[in-house]
Design a binder for this molecule. Structure first.
Ligand code: HEC
Ligand code: HEC
Length: 495
């Protein structure tokens, strides 16, 4: 619609009114700018991608033409840290390689004061940047995946939320560059590098496992190493990876769990989880305990050791520990504040952090996959009953009540000892080596290999790797006939 300006919502307003409101807004923004301490150029460090795609100069939102919202979005981005653009170069309307308030003013001038105000090429037709400097990534995919689809959001999102979710998803998939703060020590350059199966936010294969180390004395007593439990897989140029402590003699790999549905888990009240706790194993005759790991005053529920109690904390922790990106400490204490890589801290903007957290917190749980044909369907139903009768539901609770309704994760999110007594594992503050969180079972068909260390290749292997508190359940499973075992597994594969 090259000449279709007259049909624009903005142009339906009387012209003088548009002038007045534009100038008023400009005034407000200039005022805000003076009060705002962060430099506009500083924002550039948050955008690492230097892909060069076609764009129209000034067109912030990728609609293909210049309009009032482009100026507003540009100012929001620069002053309020809202609305991260996918195409940074488009913001630089005078093409001087710096994004500044005058770039947005140029748009306002051209639209409302002087139609001849020059905008640097490519303009008004889309094209490549003649001075490739700031880069221009592809605009985000139009539309969102369907609500409650695999990899989609967990509920209807309003426009603002949809924008944040989409930006969050893009950031989750984006490879951060060294210039954007990646490292110095890191395990992957994006969240997606590990959480990718079968969709963005899912689980990761054994090849991307992280590794934890500890020291065990002759009596088998495990203690943490002075250097900490982790050693980074990668480092940026000029930095050496941590040396592995020579004392380390316990090694444990950690599988990347799926993040689908975890927002619902975040929104389960502590009282619901605590109602199932039985730290001494004396409340029921089955001898099964279940211990809540309190972290920062809330029940820890994330990570194999239930070491984090909120997705916000985990996202911050992952940003700094997996990617080496620093986060403003106002959000959480679980993130690096400075990392000495020469990039000014925090390396992640507030908006980036909030968008990523919002994306992770609103990923729908994996949808059930129940076969259509009657025999398959019946097997799943029979398997579900067996799952209960042989005692799997003592820990893998089919349903917990969350703030948004039932959460069917098949976990109590408590710590149990089901580990092989003959093997040694790593402890964490407040969590014994053999204690692990009951693994949620939703999405199981797509998350092999199983158990925290990926030591079980199949679901059958995973069941056979249950000892300790789950000894009775495993023995009961082994006592089932072949067909019943298959039915139980058919049920687990339908989750
Ligand atoms: C190098 C691989 C890797 C990368 C990169 C990575 N993760 Fe993870 N993630 C893991 C592993 C392994 C775990 C389990 C850690 C544990 O409990 O010991 C995990 C656990 C999580 C959990 C808790 C899951 C649960 O079931 O409780 C969240 C949330 C999470 N990651 C978010 C992120 C975000 C957000 C990013 C990007 C900023 C990210 N991860 C990057 C490997 C990775
Ligand atoms: C006493 C509590 C308890 C009981 C009873 C129990 N489990 Fe588990 N289950 C766990 C814990 C804890 C884990 C995680 C262990 C780990 O990560 O090493 C787990 C892990 C699993 C896994 C692997 C999930 C994954 O993503 O890695 C499967 C499958 C599983 N259980 C199925 C079952 C079945 C089937 C039964 C009944 C025969 C059962 N469990 C009984 C506590 C229990």
């Amino acid at each position: 619609m090259a000449n279709g300006n007259e049909n624009d919502a903005a142009t339906l307003l009387p012209r003088f009114f548009r002038h007045a409101s534009a100038l008023l807004l400009l005034g407000i923004f200039v005022l805000a700018y003076n009060m705002h301490s962060r430099s506009a150029i500083g924002n550039r460090a948050f955008i690492s991608d230097v892909a060069h795609n076609e764009f129209v100069r000034g067109d912030f939102d990728g609609k293909g033409k210049l309009d009032f919202t482009d100026a507003i979005r540009s100012l929001e981005f620069q002053l309020l840290d809202l609305a991260a653009p996918t195409c940074l170069a488009a913001l630089d309307t005078d093409d001087n390689a710096v994004i500044e308030i005058s770039d947005a003013v140029l748009i306002l001038r051209r639209l409302f004061l002087d139609g001849d105000t020059p905008i640097a090429p490519p303009f008004p037709e889309p094209g490549l940047d003649p001075t490739p400097d700031l880069g221009c990534r592809e605009p985000p995919l139009p539309g969102l995946p369907e609500v409650n689809s695999l990899g989609g959001p967990d509920r209807e999102l309003n426009d603002e939320e949809a924008l944040s979710w989409r930006r969050g998803r893009e950031l989750f998939g984006q490879a951060f560059s060294v210039e954007a703060g990646l490292g110095p020590l890191f395990n992957g350059d994006s969240c997606r590098a590990c959480h990718l199966d079968p969709v963005m936010g899912g689980s990761g294969g054994i090849d991307v496992d992280v590794v934890r180390f500890a020291y065990a004395d002759n009596g088998g007593m495990v203690t943490q190493l002075e250097s900490g439990p982790g050693v980074s897989r990668l480092s940026i140029d000029g930095f050496n990876r941590d040396e592995l402590d020579t004392e380390a003699n316990v090694v444990e790999t950690r599988q990347t769990p799926t993040l689908l549905g975890l927002g619902l888990v975040d929104r389960i009240d502590d009282s619901t989880l605590l109602a199932n706790a039985d730290p001494d194993g004396t409340l029921t005759p089955d001898g099964i305990s279940g211990r809540a790991h309190m972290v920062g005053g809330r029940v820890g529920r994330f990570g194999h050791k239930a070491s984090m109690s909120s997705l916000k904390d985990f996202t911050a922790d992952a940003l700094s520990n997996e990617l080496g990106l620093t986060v403003d400490p106002v959000h959480t204490i679980f993130a690096g504040i400075s990392d000495g890589d020469g990039i000014s801290d925090p390396e992640v903007s507030d908006q980036t952090f909030l968008d990523m957290t919002f994306f992770v917190a609103h990923l729908a749980p994996p949808p059930r996959r129940i076969p259509d044909e009657p025999r398959g369907k019946l097997a799943v139903e029979v398997g579900e009953k067996l799952f209960e009768t042989i005692g799997c539901t003592s820990c893998h609770l089919p349903e917990l009540t969350g703030q948004d309704g039932p959460v069917r994760a098949y976990s109590d999110f408590l710590l149990h000892d089901v580990a092989d007594p003959g093997r040694r594992f790593v402890n964490e503050p407040g969590v014994e080596p053999h204690e692990f969180r009951t693994a949620p079972l939703w999405g199981l068909r797509d998350t092999e290999p199983y158990m925290h260390d990926g030591s079980a290749e199949t679901i059958l292997d995973a069941i056979r790797a249950h000892f300790g508190e789950a000894e009775t359940a495993r023995v009961q499973f082994e006592a089932l006939g072949t067909v019943s075992k298959e039915e139980l597994i058919a049920f687990l594969e339908s989750l």
